[in-house]
Design a binder for this molecule. Sequence first.
Ligand SMILES: [Zn+2]
Ligand SMILES: [Zn+2]
Length: 939
Amino acid sequence: MHLIVAEKNISAQRIAGILAGKEKVRVARDGGISSYHFDEKAVVGLRGHVVEVDFVKGYSNWRSEERPPRSLIDADMVKIPTERKIVNLIQKLAKKSDQVTIATDFDAEGELIAKEAYELIHAVNRKVNIDRARFSAITPEEITNAFARPTGIDFDLAAAGETRQVIDLMWGASLTRFISLAARRGGGNILSVGRVQSPTLAMIVDREKDIEAFVPEKYWQLSLETEKDTEIIEARHTTSRFTSQKEALTARDNTKEPLVVTEVKEGSKVDRAPTPFDTTAFIVAVARLGFPAARAMRLAEDLYMNGYISYPRTDNTVYPPSLNLSGLLQSLKKSEFREDVEWVMANRRKVPTRGKKSSTDHPPIHPASAASRQELGEERWKIYELVVRRFLATLSPDARWLTMKVNFDAGGEPYTATGGRLTEPGWRRVYPYSKVTEYMLPGMKAGERLPLNDVTLEEKETQPPPRYSQSKLIQKMEELGLGTKSTRHEVIQKLISRKYVEGTPLRPTLVGRSVIDSLENHADTITRPIMTQTLESHMQQIREKERGSDDVVTESREMLHTIFDQLEQHEQEIGAEIMEQTAEELTLGPCPVCGHDLRIRHMRGQTQFIGCTSYPDCGFNISLPMTAWGFAVRVGNVCEIHNLHHVRLVKKGARPWDLGCPLCHHIASNRETLKLIPSLSEAMMSRLIERHIYTVYELAHTPTEEISSVLGITPESARKLVDEAEDVLDLLRRRSDCRKFVRKYLPPRRGRSPASVIRKMHEVGINDVTDLSHTDEKILKTMGVGEKEASILLSEARKLSAERELREIGIPAVSLKKYQKAGIIGPSDFLDNPYVYISAISGVSPDTVYRHVEMVAKALNRPAGPKYSRTRVEKGNAGLLAIRGVGEAIVVRLSQAGIIEPSQLAESDPEKIARLSGIPAEKVREYQRTYRENENSTR
Ligand SMILES: [Zn+2]
Ligand SMILES: [Zn+2]
């Protein structure tokens, strides 16, 4: 069999379709993974990388004493499958194969993925022949060619990629741990540091500092207005910026009639057609259409997978000679670009335009086949159209402009005006994305005099450098050699998701800034691009076999150890700096009670709340939902009443939850519960809120004298209010307990949420589990609870409330479990059954059971029943067993009827024993007879 491994499932499917030609492709599913079969061939798609490098076991504890962050530098690494099912399927098929072709994407990343597949296959089949197909577009022509002329895997290229993975993990993990621990951060709140990420963040931070440090300077611009043949002409002073106001005013005052044309220069200008798209140029162009980089790349990859455009990750800006440009034009004629294509074919430039970078891997991004708007949908079409038009533009002639420059003199002051007209639109005809502004000047001759209509002096200010847009940043990263064409947009995305940067254009957050500041102070190598550039040159050396991977990793390790030497010395300072700087981003505004700052606090586990910074002097706090609902962060808006920043709960993959002003939210949500206090009027409530008593809890814990003075009521009324508040607190506690219970046993269902059931329960007075245990099933049904659900809910409620009652009485948990297992559930079960029987079925010793029975009897104010000595129980037991036909099971059943010894058996009414024990009366009589006979014979 011939196994073909593609980069993704969708490419596998398309490759199979192309190679099968007219033959039918059979789809097989194995563990949820599809494979495509035809003609002794099987095609399987990976999911990009199906293995990842990770540290060997034992390094997962961040706070380990023996394994501090530095230990990660020298920790061994292993490859772990991340897509088990795919790995299994490939290995299963590989065992049956005599030929394997790896058809992953054609770039460094794809080569590494190819090598990973190679290793997985080699591990199960050493003899199989493995080759590699390389193509830049998933089109019939490219695919057939690639499979007709397979090559080998470029192991040097893959090794470079592998080395990069190892180094990235080593740097990222050790530094992230170190910085996070130093700043006492953990959980979902870590501070990540990375080889490419940190220098990129540093650029954004540095730009922000430039903007802040920028001091605007004033300058003046002078212009005049004239006209010729009723056409208005604007001319500017040849000193484009006056830095001195005095000079500008003098020049203005000198500007007088006559206005004389001194020179007219006509010329022409060539407007070059744009060069082919590499990834960066593509991202810049697509940003103008409003697509963020990461989204644009995702859509472009989708177009590639479906055969519409060539591979979008490329550094190449020169079409290779092998690319059939005429063929492509022909195929695009079958699209709505037909007219433009025909124009390009008729006017095609001799040689297509070319950019500066030429590499041997992929061609520049170009269309691969014709598509229609309907097939692609709005968004993908916009991107496809851009790629098509760019391609057409690169084959179109240059545009030409007619230019005109006119110089003037007015009272000795020189002015100039320029104009231009597009005479040959060339490529601009097919590529309408960059605006052309034609500005025509009327014909003029030297020596001509014109009227001076107006002179304008404008005062302006110099502007700070702009913040980076995503596409500008990607360009800059490329210039500095940060990241690769495949990773740059992902790095920016990471910075955003880690809350290091925000907004469009990008600006750093306080956390982002504090991390960079601290690194710059103590280990600035991490924030400078030079380190990454060095690494890139090492990667190149590996690719060209000049250096080995181990050698490069060792050098990188040494570099990182040097950095740790610096960092560890300053751990305390680094932590303090970051904590101090980032505290601000959690500070919300003044505490309503004492005026100090309120701050969001994230505790271990899931807890978060808003507390006062002067705690313990001030105990004011506002509780927040658990972090499972979202991580609390400060937002820009400020409450006009309370002067507090609004709070938002953010959760990955969910819409953020805006709480608004935390105090307004606090007041509103507590108002409902305050209303439960019967003698608290609306007016009293408002008075309390004014005096910062917001919750029932706070009211219940306020001294009565204070309440009586705040509300102007008698101490007795205040006492009553506090008592009522305590009752409400108790009610709230019981309700919350009951809510948890209901949520546990009542699965959410369409049209009936646990919350709605709970609300209805409150309405009918079911406030706790005990209330619930006494409720009729029919009442639950009216709340939308199903029959089966209701019976489960009630039996569990009875169990729980009985258990609580028994715990209250003092029955220890260990015994309680044994009783419950034996079916002794509620307190009355202890008194309705003989204790010897309870002991027999639960395995708890008779004396212990009796002690528990006494406790229950006392609590319920009922008699405990007779107690027997241990020897009497044991002797009785033996005596009963001695009767013919009586075994252990019968002894237990007899004990249920209160019979613990033969004499009791002999004296009791057989019918009654039968009723209580379930032993047929006939049998009981037989035991009685046997016993009496025995007694008589021994006498
Ligand atoms: Zn306070
Ligand atoms: Zn407020």
